[in-house]
Design a protein around this ligand. Structure first.
Ligand code: PLP
Length: 379
């Protein structure tokens, strides 16, 4: 079985697993405890905080550990719901992950305005510039790279525009971190990440907030994380997360991802050759080097593709948020102007750092085989 679902979750990097085991053995105490076990755990956590801060470029005290990106993203919206007055708006890009979309709807209702995206899935910077000249929202939220399409967002430009108008800028960098250099992301006022997307364990993530400002925590009942997130920190997973990111950053610094991007591009060419009626979503835009979102030919349904590819030995995904088998139509594809009838044909192939060139080539053969099968079963 070859795994092509890194955007959903990535395999744990060997060194991160090892770091988790060692931290579990050596730092068994509660980091808030005053005895030596607690002090050892607190030291490991401080070290991890400093390393992460250095990688993304922020102050170590800006970093808050969370259970993942869903919690981190909800925490940001919750904070702004408390910090802003009852009339303030938040502006959210149309392609944010559901945990940003739904929490902004929950806290702000109609005061959550949508920043449109182009047909190619990139946020409309002209819209942002024009609207900001007119109105000041309390927050602008633009993700770094989209989880469904892999389309890279102009977050640096959006941040610069927001700075001009002194509007806080929030970036969900979950799909960017570990795939592209993290340096500079720490300049965002609010930033979130999740370990399991870059080779760390599941159930751990982080939030970057300016440490000198007032903050309204989502979780109450403890003074951990400077009173900004109650609950005993999971030191072993924190250590493993930061180890995973260090490894990924080293691999990225060696430009390994550029070669992986060439293999992904070759796969796309083979896919279009074998199944010419396919449309690659966001094809003309800079995209994450690991992702292909493809609308398969008319008449095919994405679930047929996912099931048949699974049988053929390839784990791929439909791309949009799927919980307990109930799938919503993709709001990302809808925002890009695709019709529901097109969105039901979207299949996402997302490889990763452990995906080899032969793996991509095998996938291309698998796709050609499934296409033939579907074609024959229709005929
Ligand atoms: N944000 C983005 C862009 C994501 O892709 C995901 C997960 O797919 C999340 C947030 C939520 O992360 P988690 O499920 O790890 O909390």
């Amino acid at each position: 079985m070859i795994y092509f679902d890194y955007n959903a979750t990535a395999p744990v990097i060997r060194e991160a697993r090892q770091a988790w085991l060692e931290a579990t053995e050596k730092t068994g105490g509660n980091p808030s405890s005053m005895h030596q076990f607690g002090a050892r755990a607190a030291r490991a956590m401080t070290e991890a905080r400093e390393k992460l801060a250095a990688l993304i470029g922020c102050h170590p005290l800006d970093v808050i550990w969370t259970s993942g990106a869903t919690e981190a993203n909800n925490t940001v919206l919750h904070h702004f719901a408390h910090a802003l007055d009852a009339k303030s708006e938040v502006w959210i890009s149309a392609i944010e992950h559901p945990c940003v979309m739904e929490s902004s709807q929950h806290y702000f209702g109609r005061r959550a305005r949508i920043i449109p995206v182009t047909r190619e899935g990139v946020i409309d910077l002209d819209w942002l510039t024009l609207e900001l000249a007119d109105t000041r929202p309390g927050l602008v939220s633009v993700m770094a790279a989209n989880n469904e399409t892999g389309v890279i967002q102009p977050w640096r430009e959006a941040m610069a525009i927001c700075r001009q108008y002194e509007v806080p800028f929030f970036c969900d960098a979950v799909q960017w971190i570990g795939k592209l250099p993290a340096r500079g992301l720490g300049e965002c006022d609010f930033l979130t990440g999740a370990a399991h997307k870059f080779g760390g364990p599941r159930g751990i993530g982080f939030l970057k907030v300016p440490h000198r400002s007032q903050f309204a925590p989502l979780l109450l009942g403890g003074k951990q994380e400077g009173g900004r997130r109650a609950g005993t920190e999971n030191v072993s997973t924190i250590v493993a997360m930061v180890t995973a990111l260090e490894i990924r950053e080293k691999q990225i610094a060696r430009n390994e991802h550029i070669l992986h991007g060439v293999w992904r591009d070759n796969f796309e060419r083979q896919l279009l050759h074998a199944v010419p009626a396919t449309t690659i979503v966001g094809a003309n835009q800079p995209r994450l080097w690991n992702t292909v979102s493809a609308l398969m030919p008319e008449g095919d349904r994405k679930h047929q593709w996912v099931v048949k590819l699974d049988k053929a030995g390839f784990a791929v995904s439909t791309g949009s948020a799927c919980t307990t088998g109930k799938e919503e139509p993709s709001h990302v594809l809808a925002a890009m102007g695709f019709k529901a009838a097109q969105a039901v044909r979207a299949v996402r192939f997302s490889g990763g750092w452990e995906t080899s060139e032969p793996d991509w080539d095998e996938l291309a053969k698998g796709v050609a085989k499934v296409h033939t099968e579907l074609h024959h079963s229709k005929g």
